[in-house]
Design a protein around this ligand. Structure first.
Ligand SMILES: [Zn+2]
Length: 380
């Protein structure tokens, strides 16, 4: 390919000489070499992005695919390179290096699962390629056949579940047979495929929108709040404030005991506004993912209902001498507040502040600040 794109030498062109194609003068410079390398990295990043986000299925798996493509899994090999006091070997099979391709494909425990999933298919090259080629070959659309689309779904679910089972083994020593894991993967993939098919049927009336959290402009800060309720009836609220750089400032959560989800969301908003006021913020963009909450607090003449005192308290806060912008966002852009609302349930009843972001929140904060987008079908 490269040779084909170069014009062949000819006597008319004078004496042949070495020419560095990455700079206009033909001279080699370190800067031009760096630029060349960086250009290919950008193209690589773009193609990884497309592979991950074109996969049809739950966001959690898309994010997982994205992490794998960027080699971000915390395998033992990866942890060992960070000089953590850890052996890089595989705890399951004893192989010398537990890297991403080993966990997801080459470890005998994973391989046994793949052989069950690949049954009847040609898998001559399946176990030979490197991680990036293996991922793109199995996740990209190569044909429109139903079988090919289903394989993409199975593959995405499989790597996600194989990582889950690897972690389960490491932390609890629990191990399932390959037949049971393969069945678990097939059942989940079939369910996703069913959802994909029904979405395709209704897709004409909807349009795909990319949803992402965005930092406010200086000098505003952004307050995201949310409420959550478990099937057990337990409810919690949570929220956080970030500045114009997207940098975490404060987060809080409140275990509310048993109450409605509307109450939980109102509590999330109330605590968030109170905290923002107490910390001296005077320009605050507030984002919630419930239109109902926005309607309740924007009604200047609220009807008498169980939430009235809370709504009145929120309205009193909003009416103070500061600038407040109340916005609705899709829940995909409110993941950090949603996490904190659910996280509240591991604490005793009451309000809790965090001196630093909880560890499990860090991934969401990183995704938000780096602009990770989630696709959502919204009505036209
Ligand atoms: Zn292994």
């Amino acid at each position: 390919m490269i040779i084909a794109s170069i014009h062949p030498p000819s006597a008319c062109n004078g004496v042949d000489h070495v020419y560095w194609a990455a700079s206009p003068q033909g001279d080699f410079t370190v800067k031009s070499a760096y630029d060349l390398l960086d250009q290919s990295r950008v193209q690589e990043r773009d193609s990884y992005w497309k592979i991950a986000w074109s996969w049809k299925g739950p966001q959690s798996i898309k994010i997982f695919i994205w992490l794998v493509l960027h080699n971000r899994l915390k395998t033992r090999a990866e942890l060992a390179t960070r000089r953590l006091n850890i052996e890089p070997s595989c705890e399951r099979c004893g192989a010398g290096l537990e890297n991403t391709i080993h966990v997801l494909r080459d470890c005998p425990y994973s391989k046994a699962v793949w052989l069950r999933l690949l049954r009847g298919n040609n898998h001559q090259y399946f176990f030979q390629s490197n991680l990036a080629d293996w991922m793109s070959a199995n996740l990209q659309v190569q044909s429109t056949s139903v079988g090919n689309k289903l394989w993409r779904v199975i593959f995405g679910v499989a790597i996600w579940r194989l990582w889950f089972w690897r972690n389960r083994f490491i932390f609890t020593k629990d191990h399932w047979e390959s037949s049971a894991i393969a069945l678990d993967i097939k059942v989940r993939a079939a369910e996703i495929q069913r959802c994909n098919s029904s979405l395709t049927a209704t897709v004409k009336s909807r349009v795909e929108k990319w949803i992402r959290w965005g930092a406010p402009t200086w000098p505003w800060v952004k307050l995201n709040t949310d409420g959550a309720k478990k099937p057990s009836g337990h409810a919690g609220a949570g929220g956080l404030i970030r500045d114009y750089r997207g940098v975490w400032q404060i987060s809080y959560c409140a275990n509310l005991g048993c109450c409605s989800v509307t109450s939980a969301e109102l509590w999330g908003l109330f605590h968030g506004l109170s905290i923002a006021w107490l910390h001296g913020y005077r320009r605050v963009i507030v984002e919630v993912d419930s239109r109902c909450i926005l309607q309740l607090v924007s009604n200047s003449n609220p009807t008498i209902n169980e939430h009235l005192s809370l709504i009145t308290a929120i309205q009193e806060l909003i009416g103070r001498d500061w600038l407040i912008q109340m916005n609705h966002i899709y829940r995909e852009a409110n993941a950090a507040a949603d996490f904190l609302a659910t996280y509240s349930l591991v604490f005793p009843v009451g309000l809790h502040y965090f001196q630093s972001p909880p560890l499990n929140l860090l991934t969401i904060l990183n995704n938000d600040v780096s602009g990770v987008a989630h696709s959502r079908l919204v009505l036209l």
